[in-house]
Unconditional design. Structure first.
Length: 199
């Protein structure tokens, strides 16, 4: 074998070694780059047995995790505080305002005075029974009219993420059997403000 061939091959080997070392250091730097872990406390007064809390836990949180994993920059350390751990029924909005949590599932019928727009489906004539359509429509309206997003920020110190209607029924539970509508006469029925319109 001629010496020129050896030098030439050695040159290739040296170049490959240098490229390999550079790539290894880049890959090591990338894997050594720490993913920023963001701790977030998410709250709701209702327990995980409530449909909307289950949707949040089983869809929203994993979907956020999935999308963040695609970027590789951030990871969320979820602290789930459901079932009234941080806020009692009707108190999620205020708990968020006072900084007791980072994300909350706000049940809008508790706050017709503070966030009236988000109760639009309760006061709109001929509204659909399709809860998914209602949620998508509210999201589209907030996207179309930034003033609505600003209202949440200015009035409640909150950033609107999404509308998430998850139920389309309302049950009435009684302390004794009811066999006819007449038996509702004189009964006291407790419920959440605007939801009582269903009753």
């Amino acid at each position: 074998m001629k010496i020129e061939h050896l030098l030439c091959r050695f040159g290739y080997i040296r170049r490959f070694l240098l490229i390999g070392i550079c790539l290894a250091s880049l890959l090591a730097g990338a894997s050594a780059r720490a993913v920023e872990i963001v701790p977030l406390t998410v709250i709701d007064a209702y327990a995980p047995t409530a449909l909307w809390v289950r949707v949040f836990m089983n869809y929203y949180m994993p979907e956020v995790d999935r999308r963040l994993a695609e970027t590789g920059n951030y990871e969320i350390d979820w602290n789930s505080a459901f079932g009234g751990t941080v806020a009692k029924t009707g108190g999620v909005l205020e708990a968020l305002q006072y900084g007791l949590a980072d994300i909350g599932i706000i049940t809008s019928p508790f706050h017709p005075d503070k966030i009236p727009f988000f109760n639009i489906s309760y006061v709109t004539p001929l509204v659909t029974a399709d809860i998914g359509l209602v949620a998508r429509t509210v999201d589209e309206l907030v996207d179309r009219y930034p003033e609505l997003r600003n209202l949440m920020l200015e009035d409640c110190n909150q950033v609107f993420l999404t509308a998430a209607g998850a139920i389309d029924t309302y049950q009435v539970l009684m302390s004794e059997p009811i066999d006819s509508l007449d038996q509702f006469q004189g009964k006291k029925i407790c419920g959440v403000g605007l939801n009582l319109r269903y009753v």
